[in-house]
Design a protein around this ligand. Structure first.
Ligand code: TRP
Length: 445
């Protein structure tokens, strides 16, 4: 079945593609505002702790399942664990639709902000003006939907193009560029007058702000940011040859992603305090804070265009990695035509994205369980589906498939991996118990 399946061109290409998947809106848009609403420093510490405790292990678990099976999530779990594990793959396919429905909306905002910066709009350091401009844009019933449509269209175009010549080639150029721009902006943000207060908010933990909720948000942010829990890394791993050293690749990807998130926090949070924004402003935080930073620096308009372009691209490489697993499923398992599958899946995502966009305007009043459609999709995927997907993956690799997993991880014994019992221990106990504890305690509250 794996005959004729595409592969990555190189190990570097795979790492860049996986990092491109991991680094996206989750780092630059979601991480700073979630940190802001959770009180800053203590959240950062818990976030990093969870990555070390089981984030890395889970990323590795997904990759080894994918590489061994050389299949999409459903096919991989079925091939390695039998029919009853295939459900984990289905869950992932479903999760992909939920994530894309709100992801394309925010990604659409980045496209709109490119256009805005090109036109020289947004030139203000006044929080009121920037908040109003953001609010007016996202609550518009047409423009943000058009941008979301444009974005999913671009995503579909790349996914139709395939792995090595589409996804891989672009990531290799654009990820390094993103890091350079991030560093420049961090330098500007840190030298703003009044930045120190933001820095201490971000780096000095205040444990009085910690609750179960903090852990819950940190776990879901780890899953979202590292792209674990829905079969993305599994699918990317399935395009990898069996000679690669997986653990070092996984570690590199996790490190790059974590650096990007920490840097994004250093870029946004000092500026929040310097200009007097509210750190718990929610999803708009990045979009109202950064324009103020740009307006306060020389050549701000140029940086603004560059930054939102790179952010849009980071979002694109992530969106591609959310769409790819579902497409791989329909193509591998049902023999459907790749191009047609991509078009249909993209249309479904777009239709789900429309109410998500309208959540900020026209349909603001329609709520389910007290949440708008946008919040509901975000909550459902990040706080429930991804952790559950990660939990089941850990149980599968840690218990049902442990011996083969260690064997395949070491490339059939060729690599020396004295720590692999620790890895299995994490997948058996640490990850499942940690995730379960958080899920239950937040549901029972
Ligand atoms: N990690 C990406 C981001 O930070 C989003 C993403 C891509 C993702 N693929 C995923 C999230 C798979 C969860 C699962 O923006």
């Amino acid at each position: 079945m794996s005959v004729g399946r595409e592969n990555w061109g190189s190990r570097f290409g795979f790492i860049m593609a996986a990092a491109g998947s991991a680094i996206g809106l989750g780092n630059v848009w979601r991480f700073p505002y979630i940190t802001g609403t959770n009180g800053g420093g203590a959240f950062l510490l818990i976030y990093l702790g969870i990555i070390v405790a089981f984030g890395v292990s889970l990323a590795l678990a997904e990759m080894v399942v994918g590489r061994t099976a050389q299949r999409n999530p459903v096919g991989a779990f079925r091939a390695l664990g039998g029919a009853r594990w295939a459900g984990v793959g289905f869950l992932g396919v479903f999760t992909g639709f939920a994530i894309l429905s709100f992801y394309i909306v925010v990604a659409g905002w980045t496209l709109a902000y490119i256009v805005q910066s090109l036109r020289g709009g947004l030139h203000s350091t006044d929080p009121k003006v920037l908040e109003a401009a953001f609010g007016a844009f996202v609550s518009d019933p047409v423009a943000p939907i058009v941008y979301a449509g444009l974005f999913i269209g671009l995503t579909a175009w790349i996914v139709v193009g395939g792995i090595a010549r589409g996804i891989e080639r672009w990531n290799k150029i654009l990820m390094p560029a993103l890091f350079v721009i991030l560093l420049v902006l961090v330098a500007r943000a840190l030298t703003l007058p009044g930045a120190a207060q933001g820095l201490s908010f971000y780096l000095v933990p205040d444990f009085s702000k910690v609750s179960t909720r903090t852990f819950y948000d940190a776990i879901s942010q780890v899953f979202f940011s590292l792209s674990i829990g829905m079969g993305t890394l599994l699918t990317y791993g399935s395009y990898l040859s069996k000679q690669e050293n997986l653990p070092s690749a996984a570690l590199t990807v996790v490190l790059l992603d974590t650096c990007a998130a920490v840097l994004a926090g250093l870029m946004i949070l000092p500026a929040v305090f310097a200009f007097g924004f509210n750190p718990s402003a929610g999803p708009g935080l990045t979009f109202i804070t950064l324009p103020a930073v740009f307006a306060s620096m020389p050549f701000g308009a140029v940086f603004s265009v560059l930054f939102f372009t790179l952010l849009a691209i980071a979002a694109l490489t992530s969106a591609v990695s959310i769409l790819e697993p579902m497409v791989a499923y329909f193509v591998d398992e049902h023999g459907l035509d790749r191009r047609r599958t991509v078009i249909v899946a993209a249309c479904v995502c777009f239709l789900l994205g429309v109410p998500a966009s309208l959540s900020f305007g026209l349909w603001n009043g329609f709520t389910l369980f007290g949440k708008t459609w946008f919040d509901l999709m975000d909550f459902l995927s990040n706080n429930l589906l991804l952790p559950i997907g990660g939990l089941l993956t850990a149980l599968f690799v840690g218990w049902a498939w442990a011996q083969p997993a260690a064997h395949h991880l070491s490339n059939e014994g060729k690599l020396h991996q004295p720590w692999s019992p620790l890895w299995l221990f994490v997948l058996r106990y640490v990850a499942p118990l940690g995730i379960l504890w958080i899920l239950l305690s937040s549901l029972l509250k």
